[in-house]
Design a protein around this ligand. Structure first.
Ligand code: ADP
Ligand code: MG
Length: 290
């Protein structure tokens, strides 16, 4: 965690064998036991009332995010607007309960003490607080001692490259759009969550900043020991660059139309974007979406 992602050697694969190992191919531990899913949605129904008529978003919908021991994985969910992507993230975060069905974490119902942070497209920072206090907040809510919280928050701000901005208000234009999303990411990561949810987090950024944030996010993910990221995006290239697996949904009610493992090296930089397989995966994702 203390690794600096801006170190020039950061993210270089330590051993080619490790780097090339796909994260999404096994659901069994080394001793052959079946592994319990990190997150599983089981038999989900979601029906809204739409002017007196039922609007069925999910009907007996299930989704499994298998455990890859000690690796974590980066999963992206794509699909047309309104198909239920944000709703899935809200179920996992605990912000919403389905009409029927269950959400299991390693086979168990939600542990109310474990937070599952979410990063949104709209900056969700506390604008009247400093950058530092935006990041200490979740620790303080957990009862972490003030000094320890500040220490951990400063370490996390270093990881996201914002240590020089700790005392600024976390708002535009004091910080740029990309920097504000880094604050939100730092606030999410400071509690070392096992799952991080991201709902179109880079949708409001310009193209260049967005690419920088993709590089940054993949590097941050690589630096975590065992974290599952579940991202929603409308960008096929963003999905391919970031993910170990892309899940494509269609709508009314939602079904999974494709589950596409992305076998690019774990550590990714611009070279991944020009690798011959990259366009192949982008085309595959685009086809599943069409
Ligand atoms: P996505 O993120 O894939 O665009 P959402 O998960 O936000 O879609 O929403 C899925 C569907 O549920 C949409 O059709 C939306 O209109 C509907 N919906 C979401 N929340 C409500 C609500 N509170 N009342 C009625 N319909 C809702
Ligand atoms: Mg949405």
């Amino acid at each position: 965690m203390a690794e600096n992602v801006f170190d020039p050697n950061y993210g270089k694969p330590a051993a080619p064998e490790t780097a090339a190992k796909p994260r999404t191919e096994t659901t069994r531990s080394t001793n052959g036991d079946a592994l319990v899913d990190v997150v599983a949605l089981r038999g989900i129904d979601q029906v809204y009332d739409q002017g007196g008529k039922p609007h069925v978003v999910f009907r007996n919908f299930s989704l499994s995010i298998p455990d890859i021991p000690d690796r974590g994985q980066f999963i992206t969910i794509m699909g047309p607007s309104g198909c239920g992507k944000s709703t899935i993230l809200r179920y996992i975060s605990g912000l919403q309960k389905p009409t029927a069905g269950e959400i299991l974490f390693k086979g168990q119902p939600r542990d109310p003490h474990e937070s599952v942070p979410m990063v949104f497209q709209q900056y969700s920072n506390f604008e009247w607080k400093s950058v530092l206090h935006n990041v200490t907040l979740p620790l303080e809510l957990q009862g972490v001692d003030h000094r320890e919280a500040e220490e951990k928050a400063r370490a996390m701000l270093k990881v996201v490259g914002l240590e020089a901005h700790a005392d600024k208000y976390a708002k535009y234009p004091n910080l740029s759009g990309g920097q504000l999303q880094r604050v939100a990411i730092a606030r999410s990561l400071v509690v070392h969550p096992s799952i991080l949810l991201m709902d179109e987090p880079f949708g409001a950024l310009d193209v260049k900043t967005r690419r920088e944030m993709q590089d940054f996010l993949r590097a941050i993910f690589e630096a975590q020991e065992d974290m599952t990221v579940i991202l929603v995006t409308h960008s096929e290239s963003e999905a391919v660059f970031l993910s170990d697996k892309v899940v494509v949904l269609n709508a009314n009610p939602a079904t999974i139309v494709a589950d596409i493992p992305i076998h690019l090296p774990s550590a990714r930089d611009d070279a991944a974007r020009i690798a011959p397989e990259f366009e192949h995966y982008v085309a595959k994702v685009r086809k599943a979406l069409s």
